[in-house]
Ligand binder design. Structure first.
Ligand code: DAH
Length: 344
């Protein structure tokens, strides 16, 4: 019987190797390893084998079974691959789309707008200056000519860290980037590196406003300060106009409206006329405040206001970004909803 098994095996493997299409393969399967195949036919004959030979013959039968089965599997795989190759790549159109999509990280819209602004002002000769977010009332108010009883200093309108009624120089989260005007003038006077001074300073500011579509307790401003000999209101307006055209395009325009700020005289609020999309009408966007630096502010920082004059401006980065990108609600900027972040 061992000899018979031997010959069945070699015959079967030879036939399998010759099988070159699915039908032949299937007949081979039925003939050898199917329920009525030759392998099955051999099994009952095991009982006629003399007891001493049974273990060896049984083992040989098992080996034959697994040899034929795995030979069948590999032949089937080879034929299947060949058929697939012959009919071109197999694409199953009912498969769901790519489950793994590549996500490319990007900077937050406020960060991008901040960098764009700094870039435009840098090309106009402004350096970037920095100042602390944890400030004191000397830099947030006093040296900006905002006197002790000024309503802007109310505890209800500011994040004081120390109690302003009992502390001489209470610390606070800065409510405006105008603090960096003071910090920069003090530093440059101490270092004897200016005036002239020509800086912009973007950064966070904090006010305990009730959060709604246009207010947040934290937002960003960018401050500008230019001090030199003979700087005039004309320079202020042309700088803002230059900026508007560089940032929004050649048709942008700027207008100043008389206003009041304690640290500038005269003071103005400025609007920019922009067209967001070609099909939309131009519109005026209120942006921020500006003016000629008050001589009292220059003097408080040790700058001779007889020799030097300067202008300053400050505006909200969120407001600008919302106007530019048509974002209707400031809260969208801080919720970190990935659908929003990918859109702007
Ligand atoms: N700091 C002002 C604010 O937060 C904005 C401002 C007005 C800045 C006039 C200036 C300026 O530099 O000259 O409302």
């Amino acid at each position: 019987m061992l000899a018979e098994i031997e010959s069945i095996e070699s015959g079967a493997l030879a036939e399998l190797a010759a099988a070159s299409d699915p039908d032949t393969l299937e007949s081979w399967r039925q003939a050898y390893i199917g329920p009525k195949g030759r392998l099955k036919g051999l099994m009952p004959r095991l009982k006629d084998v003399p007891p001493a030979d049974k273990p060896a013959v049984g083992q040989r039968l098992n080996a034959l079974k697994s040899t034929l089965e795995s030979a069948f599997d590999s032949r089937k795989a080879v034929l299947g691959a060949g058929a697939a190759a012959a009919s071109g790549p197999m694409i199953d159109l009912s498969e769901p789309g790519l489950l793994r999509s590549e996500t490319v990280a990007r900077r937050h819209i406020i960060t991008r707008v901040r960098d764009e602004l700094v870039d435009v002002f840098a090309r106009m000769g402004f350096q970037v200056a920095d100042g602390p977010e944890l400030e004191d009332d000397e830099h947030n108010f006093i040296k900006l000519n905002i006197p002790p009883n000024h309503p802007a200093r109310e505890p209800i309108d500011n994040f004081y860290v120390d109690d302003p009624r009992t502390t001489t120089r209470p610390r606070m989260l800065r409510s405006q980037t105008s603090t960096v005007q003071i910090r920069t003038m003090e530093r440059m006077i101490a270092e004897r590196s200016g005036p002239p001074i020509k800086i912009v300073s973007p950064g966070r500011v904090y006010r305990p406003d009730t959060v709604d579509a246009t207010h947040s307790f934290m937002f960003h401003q960018i401050e500008g300060l230019y001090i030199d000999r003979g700087v005039t209101m004309q320079d202020l307006k042309s700088t803002l106009l230059h900026f508007a055209r560089a940032y929004f395009g050649p048709n942008a325009d700027v207008r100043l409206r008389p206003s009041f700020f304690p640290f500038t005289e005269p003071s103005a609020e400025f609007d920019m006329k922009i067209r967001l999309r070609p099909e939309q009408p131009e519109r005026w966007m209120e942006l921020g405040g500006c003016g000629m630096v008050d001589p009292a502010v220059l003097q408080a920082c040790g700058i001779d206001s007889e020799q030097w004059t300067g202008f300053a401006f400050g505006f909200g980065i969120e407001r600008l970004a919302m106007g530019k990108y048509g974002i209707p609600d400031i809260r969208l900027l801080y919720q970190n909803d990935i659908r929003f972040l990918n859109q702007v």
